[in-house]
Design a protein around this ligand. Structure first.
Ligand SMILES: Nc1ncnc2c1ncn2[C@@H]1O[C@H](COP(=O)(O)OP(=O)(O)O)[C@@H](O)[C@H]1O
Ligand SMILES: *[C@@H]1O[C@H](CO)[C@@H](O)[C@H](O)[C@H]1NC(C)=O
Length: 312
């Protein structure tokens, strides 16, 4: 690889969302008529990468899609957003990851996720991307791919002094303890913090306690996102956790807010490495707050040009 270093490399998932809106959820064996269907781009890894790219980060995605229509389409989506795609593999052994989502008129949903090609991303693909990973400013991983691949990628980054952001989502109760040790920033939401610590995380004080427990396990810093309450930031060198409140906005659709937050955080870590983490979190809160004010996941993610200049 000869191009200059990437700001943000994401090793993670890509999913196509197939969304049907219907008056109610069908019962087993039943066929019902819905009134709206749309296809959306999702997957936590891809979402985070695209938010970072829209803020102006030079990004690369390391992932696997199927050799199918959805895979081709997703690669085009990365290109449209300026994401480098040479490390997006296509396989004929599995389909592109898909989430079939049915939403009823009360806004409740039933979802089937088939991870598909995401689970075939492994050490071989990481080796192909080694130069990009080892020269990146920031590496970001989640858990929608094989956990071993995430851990291998984080270790690879660490060995090369690349800053790491780990988002343990979707959370698993038996997370390999090495994930904490390889995370410069360990960023999760309330339910993930609950599952990982066994503590209740329903308010700012409880997020303190859970954050402190996670920090003890060996990460550099912990961020617990708290929806409309913003987030809690804890640093290993400091004993006082900081609550960083969110801007009050009217939320329309909070799907993917956490991914917008993490993508923005990765952008700030890459562009302003000496900025205090609370300040980065404060700005990431503001980016994510924009994303909750529009419908959809990636469709709601702001571009640099849509945001106040004070965020840059
Ligand atoms: N209703 C809201 N108003 C303002 N900001 C919000 C709202 N919901 C989410 N956010 C922003 O998005 C971030 C992530 O949201 P959260 O709900 O914690 O994550 P997840 O999407 O994983 O459930 C929050 O830290 C906050 O910055
Ligand atoms: C946290 O993220 C998970 C996905 O990993 C999601 O299912 C859950 O609803 C989120 N929790 C909150 C409180 O937003």
């Amino acid at each position: 690889m000869t191009e200059e270093a990437f700001d943000v490399v994401v090793v993670g998932s890509c999913m196509t969302d197939l969304v049907s809106q219907a008056p109610r959820l069908p019962k087993a064996g039943e066929t019902i008529h819905g009134h709206k269907f749309f296809i959306g781009f999702g997957g936590k890894g891809a979402n985070q990468c695209i938010q970072a790219a829209r803020l102006g980060a030079k990004t690369a995605m390391v992932c696997k899609v199927g050799k199918d229509f959805f895979g081709d389409n997703y690669i085009q989506n990365f290109k449209d957003n300026g994401v480098y795609t040479d490390f997006v593999g296509q396989t004929s052994d599995s389909a592109t990851g898909a989430a079939s989502i049915i939403v009823n008129s009360a806004g409740e949903n039933a979802i089937v996720i088939v991870a598909g090609a995401n689970m075939l991303l492994g050490i071989e693909e990481l080796h192909k991307a080694l130069s990009a990973i080892s020269h990146a400013k920031v590496l970001v991983c989640q858990l929608e791919i094989s956990p071993q691949t995430s851990l291998d990628a984080l270790r690879m980054a660490r060995e090369n002094k690349v800053k790491t952001v780990f988002n343990p989502a979707p959370a698993v109760p038996d997370l390999d303890p090495d994930f904490y040790r390889v995370s410069d920033v360990f960023c999760c939401n309330e339910s993930e913090a609950e599952l990982l610590t066994g503590f209740s995380v329903a308010n700012v004080e409880e997020a303190h306690r859970a954050g402190q427990e996670l920090l003890k396990r060996g990460c550099g810093s912990v961020i617990v996102t708290l929806g409309p309450q913003g987030c809690m930031v804890l640093k290993a060198q400091e004993s006082t956790p900081k609550h960083v409140p969110a801007t009050a906005v009217t939320a329309v659709d909070t799907t993917g807010a956490g991914d917008s937050f993490i993508g923005a955080l990765a952008f700030y870590m890459a562009h302003y490495p000496t900025m205090p983490l609370e300040e980065m979190a404060c700005r990431a809160n503001q980016v994510a707050a924009v994303s909750v004010q529009a419908a959809g996941t990636q469709t709601s993610y702001p571009f640099k040009k849509d945001l106040p200049v004070k965020l840059f």
